[in-house]
Structures are given as C-alpha cells and as structure tokens.
Design a protein around this ligand. Structure first.
Ligand code: SIN
Length: 354
C-alpha cells in the first residue's frame, strides 16, 4: 500500500472515531439493511414465528395435527421456530384465511380442499366427488400419489406452498327430517363450504345449496337460515351441530380433506436447515393426523349417538347404493370443472370402477 493511501485511510478512520453520530448512523443503516435483506439471519436470537390459523376446535384431527406440528417444529429446530396455533376461526373465517396467508398476515393454514376455487384452483374439488374414495386407505393412497402431488403443485403460482394433505374422514348428511332417500333432500336448503362439485350434486338431488362459513354454521342451522348440512362426525360434535339437527344419516358420501399450506415467500425464504427440520415435523405431524382421523370420527359419532340429541341413522347397503347411483350420475357434469383426467386418475388410484 502506498504511503499516500495509508495516510488517507488513517484520516478517514480518525474522522469516524471522532464523530460518534456517524458511527451510530452507520450501525443503524447496516442493521436496517440486514433486517430488510436477510430477515431470518439477523434476528438470530429471536425465534421465527409461524402463525398457524384454522377454523376447527383444538380437539379435532386438524386441531390435534396443528398442535403436533407445533410440538415437533419447536423441538426439531431447538426453539429457533415458535409456532402459534390459532384455532376455531379466532383470527380468520373461511373466506378470509387464504387471503391472509397470501398477504403474509399468517404463515400456515389447513383449509378444506373444497375452499380453493376462489383463488382459481378448482381442481381440488375433484376430492369432493361423492363416493370417490372407497375408504380411508383409498384416500391416503390418492393424496400421497401423483394426483395429490400435482394438486399441491398447482398452488405454487398463487404464492402458496402446498405441504401435505390431512384427513378428516367421511361426511354425514343431516336435516330436521329423516333423509333416507335422495328425494328426501327436495327443497331443503343445505349448507356447503364452497365447492361447486358439492353444489352440483346437491342440486341434482333437488336441494338448494348455500355457502356459509364454518364458524357461522351452528347459528345458521339454529335459526333456520339453512335446513341441513353435511360434515364429518368430528366437526358435528365439536361444533355441536347435532344439537340443532334432528336427523343425521351416516352416508359417508363425501370426504373431508385438508391441504396444509404455507405462504410461499416465507417458506422458501427460511434458512435451508430450518426448512428441512420443519419438513420433517410436517411429515410426522401428517402421519399422526392421518392415523387418528378414523378413531376421532368414530369416537365423535359414538358421542353424538350417546347424547340422544339427534337420531343417527346408518343406511342399509341397498339405501346406500341408491344414493351412490344417484350421486354418481353427477360425475359427468363435474368433468368440465375439475378435469376428466383428474377424475380418471383418482378412480384408478383408488381402484374404484364406477
Ligand atoms: C373444516 O373442517 O376445516 C371445516 C370444514 C367445513 O367448512 O365444512
């Protein structure tokens, strides 16, 4: 280094030392740049917070799955991640939650797959087709296979990372009158969560479907805004829907699946080692949730029966077949909405020949 350059450097160092305000300003600017440019690296001492919002109670398969993810995520990251679970629509209702995730107000959700059409992904509604899954094993096979993967990938373009599918069993259907035959639905206002596929099959049975947020369902049934609904035993029991529905038919026609999702920018921006631990936590939380769904629903159904608040009817094989045939007739119409290929792939994967 030349003596002139060394002298110049010494002068600049002296000015820096002599002017504390300049030192402070530089430090503040540097901190600001780091905060903006590398949000996770600079807050080394602060845990990364994941707000996980959902609409069911904590004592449901989804509620328990979210708590399991929290437990494992915090354990595997050694406390570098804190997961805050907000159940029961505390933060957002059905319509708002996906928007909140896209805006980054929350980082994780697990909405029912029937709620993705408003953001332009109607293919998820293929999972709402009546009797598409013969049983839980068929559902798990399909969602873990190529159809499940391709559905989750569709979320990428919407600023959403699709992480997993969580199970919540099969739908029952109810009203304040017995629903033994498809024609018993004639003229009844039935709440749906948003799926056009569900809208179409209920309309084909003569019902009048209405979209109502999950958090408003109990009141809508209680006040007669709608006459009936369809949902899983776990959701009936934890939302007390059986207390405002006199007759429940354990039809098992539809299936309730959740897509566990994250804000993509947040997820992709996580340090690679942290993301790997969270993926591991998600994998285990998914296995856990899917392993408890059947029992949770069986227990909820038993509790509903024991409560005596609603007459629970198990259809005979013949009655179920009559519903099945009537509802399968609506597949053709669904092809143009969700895609013929997806329906065919689901049928192949679940080995159901309709
Ligand atoms: C849920 O289980 O997340 C709610 C499903 C529904 O809206 O029916």
């Amino acid at each position: 280094m030349s003596s002139a350059r060394a002298a110049d450097r010494g002068r600049r160092a002296a000015i820096f030392e002599a002017r504390p305000t300049l030192r402070v300003l530089c430090a503040v600017t540097l901190a600001g740049m780091l905060l903006l440019g590398a949000p996770f690296a600079t807050r080394a001492q602060q845990p990364i917070v994941i707000k996980f919002s959902h609409v069911t109670t904590p004592d449901t398969p989804k509620g328990k799955g979210a708590e399991k993810f929290k437990e494992l995520a915090e354990k595997y990251t050694g406390g570098k991640v804190r997961v805050e679970v907000y159940p029961n629509s505390q933060l957002y209702k059905d319509k708002e939650e996906i928007e909140a995730l896209q805006l980054g107000a929350v980082q994780m959700l697990a909405p029912s797959t029937s709620k993705f059409a408003p953001i332009g992904i109607k293919e998820f509604e293929a999972l709402d087709l009546p009797f598409i899954f013969p049983d839980e094993a068929g559902y798990l096979k399909a969602t873990k296979g190529p159809v499940g993967k391709s559905l989750l990938q569709r979320l990428d373009g919407k600023g959403i990372a699709g992480l997993a599918f969580w199970d919540n069993g099969f739908h029952m259907i109810s009203a304040n009158k017995p629903l033994r035959k498809p024609r018993d639905l004639q003229g009844l206002k039935i709440r749906i969560s948003g799926s056009k596929v569900a809208d179409a099959y209920l309309r084909a049975m003569g019902a009048l479907p209405q979209i109502i947020a999950f958090s408003e369902l109990y009141q809508a049934l209680q006040t007669g805004v709608v006459d009936g609904c369809e949902n899983t035993p776990s959701n009936y029991y934890t939302q007390k829907l059986h207390e405002v529905q006199k007759h429940i038919n354990v039809m098992n026609h539809g299936h309730l699946s959740y897509a566990v999702i994250a804000n993509k920018k947040f997820w992709d921006g996580l340090p690679a080692d942290i993301r790997a631990q969270l993926e591991k936590a998600m994998q285990e939380a998914t296995d856990y949730t899917n392993s408890i769904a059947s029992k949770e629903n069986a227990d909820a159904l038993a509790a509903i029966k024991a409560s005596g608040k609603s007459e629970v009817y198990e259809p005979t094989k013949e009655e179920r077949e009559e519903w099945r045939q009537a509802l399968l007739a609506t597949y053709k119409g669904a092809e143009s909405r969700v895609g013929k290929d997806i329906i065919a792939a689901l049928q192949k994967e679940t080995a159901v020949s309709q």
